[in-house]
Design a protein around this ligand. Structure first.
Ligand SMILES: [Zn+2]
Length: 310
């Protein structure tokens, strides 16, 4: 996988350009509720951030994740016969992989979760595998896919690792911690649910239960809006998900007075992607806070979730 990335950076000009855009991206760091938000100004992400995800627009374009439409230069590593590991030509992280189903089937967590967890384990915890729901940041909601990056690349993940490894435990409120650990972030922190288990079955069952509760609090079709991450450490799956209240923030838009910000998993994990320079320059802490407040569960929704998980 790492060798494929290096080879593709050398041989595929589109990836080389995307990587150059990432490496030269300007960044601004903010702190929100004790957690870092790194704003990345990356013009190469404009197409993804403005992707039209309504059924008519999707049907009108060739699917860029279908094997028959992949660019000639794009290589793939086959994973368990059902998945193609690909280099993302507009990377937000270095390296940044897209893992696409070999079949053109809808993005659904139920279909993705077994692969997310087995891939996280098979990659021996060196990578974190993540998922954007069909109405939670996925730019191809009609084609089942995951993403992967080096473990520990994102601000939220770094903070979570510190919290779990000798941290004083002050920002996770454990609902249960008896073999299977399930917790939620405390008020003030970005709303997230954390599930840690040494069993893949118990992780799947618990995430399924969390989804069911989320669906009761904030119903959405075809599934509750979530972004989910999983990695593997100390023979356990460490999984966390961000429950979403909205697909896009109210400031989202393509006009000059709007902001081209369409948060997915990476943004919620603390790397906020802003393709337009003007947006990057006028973003301030209050605006960033409003974006996260709008797209994530509110404290009241988190309280409802907690009481139903207990
Ligand atoms: Zn497709």
């Amino acid at each position: 996988m790492a060798a494929m990335w290096e080879q593709q950076v050398r041989d595929w000009p589109r990836l080389a350009e995307g990587l150059a855009s990432l490496r030269s991206a300007e960044r601004r760091s903010f702190e929100l509720g004790g957690s870092q938000i790194m704003v990345q100004c990356n013009p190469a992400r404009a197409a993804s951030a403005s992707a039209k995800v309504d059924p008519a627009s999707l049907a009108a374009r060739p699917c860029f994740l279908c094997g028959s439409n992949l660019p000639r230069e794009q290589c793939a590593v086959v994973y368990r016969r059902d998945w193609l590991i690909l280099c993302n030509p507009a990377p937000i992280l270095e390296p940044h992989y897209t893992v696409a189903s070999v079949r053109h089937e809808p993005q659904l967590l139920e279909s993705a979760l077994p692969a997310i967890l087995s891939l996280a384990r098979d990659l021996e915890g060196r990578y974190t595998v993540f998922y954007n729901g069909p109405r939670a940041g996925a730019s191809a909601p009609d084609h089942l896919h995951l993403q992967a990056s080096k473990a520990g690349s994102l601000p939220f993940e770094k903070e979570l690792i510190r919290q779990l490894c000798g941290g004083n435990g002050d920002w996770i409120d454990w609902v249960c911690s008896n073999g299977l650990r399930v917790g939620t972030t405390r008020n003030g922190r970005r709303a997230a649910v954390i599930v840690i288990s040494g069993s893949i079955e118990s992780t799947m069952f618990t995430v399924g239960r969390v989804l069911k509760v989320l669906g009761g609090i904030r119903p959405a079709d075809p599934e509750p809006m979530v972004n989910l991450f999983a990695t593997y450490a100390d023979e356990s799956w460490v999984t966390w998900l961000f429950p979403r209240a909205a697909h896009r923030p109210s400031v989202y838009g393509l006009t000059p007075d709007a902001f081209l910000i369409s948060p997915g998993a990476i943004d919620l994990a603390g790397e906020l992607i802003v393709p337009r320079r003007g947006d990057f320059e006028r973003l301030d802490e209050a605006r960033i806070r409003a974006v996260y407040d709008e797209v994530l569960f509110s404290p009241a929704q988190m309280q409802a979730l907690r009481s139903q998980l207990a």
